[in-house]
Design a protein around this ligand. Structure first.
Ligand code: ADP
Ligand code: MG
Length: 462
């Protein structure tokens, strides 16, 4: 029928607009490399902020003592306690608790958000056991993983540049987030010092390096997306401080804000952006990360419902609600391997109140998920190639057996296996024979441990 032909034409059009052939991905990677250079050259020189992290030494394995970490990422926050045993023993003991952030606190006041976090941390500290011995007279120390763009002024201070990922608390923008947290710690009566303020990418890089000496970069694919890597200090023209002894500096790219005319942007991406809390910003993130993939799929489904009556004569009201279709739902539908696609059927029913869908409709939905996830994964792979190119590690050099390990973390990478598989195979496709020297490693919860490790190496009691 005419309706069905229209459905297929919307699908085909999406497929064409989302195409990411190898050549296009190489252009994206090259654009990433160019922007990296520009962001390192001068402040504000690029959409990539290329933030200097003040981390010039990554963990060695010698770190010792009891340390805390607080990981505020987007959807949840985690509090961690780690007992580090030094060279031989490494992590002796670790405990964590996860707390979800009530949505009203994401758009409320600074005080309300940080007091909530501090209270949860205080509660967690109160559960310290007999093995968690802190030397008498010592103040507890904390590594604070804060996964939003921060302009660092030292290892333990930095001001919030802007919120992303659905947060919007105006009174924190421009403020020192360590100062805000410290005030709340004081209000709840918790005697603890923030020894390191890091981004989740930096934490993941630190945690990855602790386990593997060849880790050179970290990529987060969770609610949002970002990357960090180890740069040679003399390759950072905008750095006017003393050259660090190590000769290295970790850079937080804030790659979520990358954009390029080579990105395959569709009308759905454009309207999603315009209607978002941060229009015009985080364009790369909006095509790749967990907060947005499901929403892109929803927008295409909406068009199919409106223009091709995919779900009958009226558009299902639930389908019109922004962000109702979450990426975990999308992932569940995409992985449905039953012959009648019953998972797709039940998700459509449970989330969108669309009942009695035909098999061919369900197949269209799976195809939609595949197009959107594949594009995201392939673009993320192109971003990684951009970093490797910046470091000159994308070609084979004779007599060099150096491996490059990239630590990956985040719920999207961890749980969306078709996304992960596509990312890995795309990287192999882009690297050819060099792919033998590049290793992707899942750094499970590296960002929290990494922050605790950095707190240890920046402890007052060394
Ligand atoms: P954050 O990025 O907020 O620090 P996580 O790294 O845990 O937190 O990532 C959470 C995000 O991962 C969710 O917002 C969601 O988009 C994505 N995610 C979680 N579970 C799944 C899943 N099963 N399939 C696909 N994506 C998932
Ligand atoms: Mg996180």
């Amino acid at each position: 029928s005419g309706r069905w032909a229209k459905v297929i034409s919307i699908l085909k059009e999406l497929q064409e607009k989302c195409e990411t052939p190898t050549g296009k991905l190489c252009q994206v990677a090259d654009a990433m490399t160019v922007e990296m250079h520009a962001g390192l050259a001068s402040e504000g020189g690029s959409h990539l902020k290329m933030i200097i992290s003040y981390v010039d030494n990554l963990p060695t394995g010698d770190e010792k003592g009891l340390f805390y970490a607080l990981d505020l990422g987007g959807t949840n926050f985690r509090v961690l306690r780690v007992q580090l045993g030094g060279k031989e023993k490494h992590v002796i003991n670790q405990e964590f608790e996860e707390v979800s952030i009530p949505p009203h606190l994401m758009v409320g006041t600074s005080e309300a958000l940080f007091d909530f976090i501090a209270a949860a941390l205080a509660k967690f500290v109160a559960t310290e056991g007999e093995d968690d011995n802190l030397s008498p007279g010592k103040q507890r120390e904390l590594g604070f993983t804060f996964s939003f763009p921060v302009s660092q002024s030292s290892i333990a201070s930095g001001t919030l540049i802007k919120w992303t990922k659905g947060f919007s608390i105006e009174d924190v923008v421009g403020q020192d987030v360590v100062g805000e947290l410290s005030k709340s710690l004081e209000r709840v009566g918790l005697d603890m010092r923030v020894a390191a303020l890091v981004n989740d990418t930096i934490g993941t890089l630190a945690g990855g390096r602790y386990n593997h000496p060849d880790v050179i970069a970290a990529v987060i694919l969770g609610t949002g997306t970002n990357a960090a890597y180890v740069e040679r200090a003399h390759a950072i023209p905008k750095w006017h401080g003393l050259l660090p002894k190590s000769g290295e500096m970790v850079i937080n790219m804030e790659w979520g804000n990358f954009r390029s005319s080579h990105l395959p942007i569709t009308e759905y991406d454009q309207t999603l952006d315009v209607e978002s809390l941060n229009p015009g910003e985080q364009i790369f993130e909006k095509m790749i990360s967990g907060m947005y993939l499901g929403e892109i799929v929803r927008r295409v489904m909406c068009r199919m419902a409106e223009e091709a009556a995919l779900f009958g004569d009226t558009v299902p009201p639930k389908l019109k609600i922004p962000f109702v279709l979450r990426t975990p739902h999308m992932s569940a539908m995409h992985h449905d391997s039953s012959s009648d696609l019953k998972v797709v059927g039940s998700k459509l029913n449970d989330i969108l109140e669309i009942s009695n869908t035909s098999l061919k409709t369900r197949k269209v939905i799976v195809e939609l998920c595949d197009i959107v996830a594949t594009r995201g994964a392939r673009l993320a792979a192109a971003g990684i190639l951009g970093i490797l190119k910046k470091l000159g590690r994308e070609t084979v050099r004779e007599r060099e057996n150096q491996k490059s390990v990239i630590a990956l973390d985040g719920g999207l990478f961890e749980h969306y296996s078709k996304f992960r598989d596509s990312l890995e195979s795309t990287l192999n496709e882009l690297l050819g024979e060099v792919s033998e020297k590049i290793v992707i490693e899942h750094s499970n919860d590296g960002s929290g441990i990494g922050a605790a490790l950095l707190a240890a190496s920046h402890s007052h009691y060394l």
